[in-house]
Design a protein. Structure first.
Length: 278
């Protein structure tokens, strides 16, 4: 049985040098060529290399030291390089483009546009392909996250409620419009915090940590900011939420709570046009 993982990185030993590259030990799959253009300087037989294995134009296993934008089992936001009568081909950082057959497209892909896709091995042909039907590759259950836990998310698509995201390359998540204070675009990767894991397995998220901790941390930040600005900032509870977010990276709600905390401690004075140190 082969130990080669197609479409993923593999640690392989160099077994032979030829004019056009190096051959690597592919186990049951035989020797695999690493073309000369990808051979690291000083490489020699006996060395171990971390290489990505895929299929060349003739469907033969081939190795590269290039790093594709995604490997099998991952999601990526990729640009269409060209389209033919069979489907679309995406630029994923390798010489050979990544194929998306028409059956795996939600809408007909267009050259030059970018789409979120999942990279996988086709069960019938054993070729590396991509699918835009990403929901088919998300896990439906098993998300074991605590409230407030920090996770990595990738923005998937905008909806009436907010933005669908992919959580830790595995689960379906949602960020809601009324809790988003920055511009989001499909493909973006960012940190988020778990609000709850719903019964249907989907995860509600927010872009800032739990409210009480957030306010506590921000109180000190706000006080330092006022001090650094000659003891006065031209902001009040009527300041636009976008201005507050662009300045501090927090919601208006968090800003108001922090101001209230400073006021109760008699550290600031609230004026009609701003906030001044007491």
């Amino acid at each position: 049985m082969s130990h080669i993982q197609l479409g993923r990185y593999n640690q392989l030993e160099v077994v032979k040098e030829v004019d056009f590259g190096m051959y690597l030990d592919g186990g049951d799959d035989g020797e695999i060529l690493l073309p000369k253009r990808y051979v690291p300087e000083g490489c020699k037989p006996g060395d171990m290399l971390n290489v990505f294995i895929y299929l060349d134009m003739d469907e033969r296993l081939v190795a590269t030291t290039l790093h594709p934008y995604a490997q099998v089992g991952e999601f990526a936001y990729l640009e269409v390089a060209w389209v033919n009568e069979f489907g679309a081909f995406l630029n994923w950082g390798l010489m050979k483009d990544l194929f998306v057959p028409f059956r795996e497209q939600k809408m007909k892909m267009q050259k030059g546009r970018r789409y979120l896709v999942y990279v996988h091995l086709d069960e019938e042909s054993y070729r590396i392909m991509a699918s835009a039907k990403v929901e088919h590759f998300l896990e439906k259950e098993g998300a074991d996250y605590r409230k407030g836990e920090q996770v990595k998310v990738r923005v998937w698509q905008r909806t009436d409620l907010g933005f669908k995201v992919i959580v830790e390359n595995r689960y379906y998540g949602m960020l809601y419009h009324n809790e988003i204070f920055q511009t989001l675009e499909p493909g973006m990767e960012l940190e988020a915090y778990v609000k709850q894991v719903r019964e249907d397995g989907k995860i509600d998220l927010e872009l800032q940590p739990d409210g009480r901790k957030k306010v506590k941390d921000f109180v000190d930040i706000l006080l330092d900011y006022i001090r650094e600005n000659q003891g006065y900032i031209p902001m009040t509870d009527k300041t636009d939420a976008t201005v507050i977010y662009n300045t501090f990276g927090v919601s208006k709600k968090t800003f108001k709570k922090a101001v209230g905390d400073l006021y109760k401690k008699r550290l600031v004075v609230l004026e009609d046009e701003g906030i001044r140190l007491a």
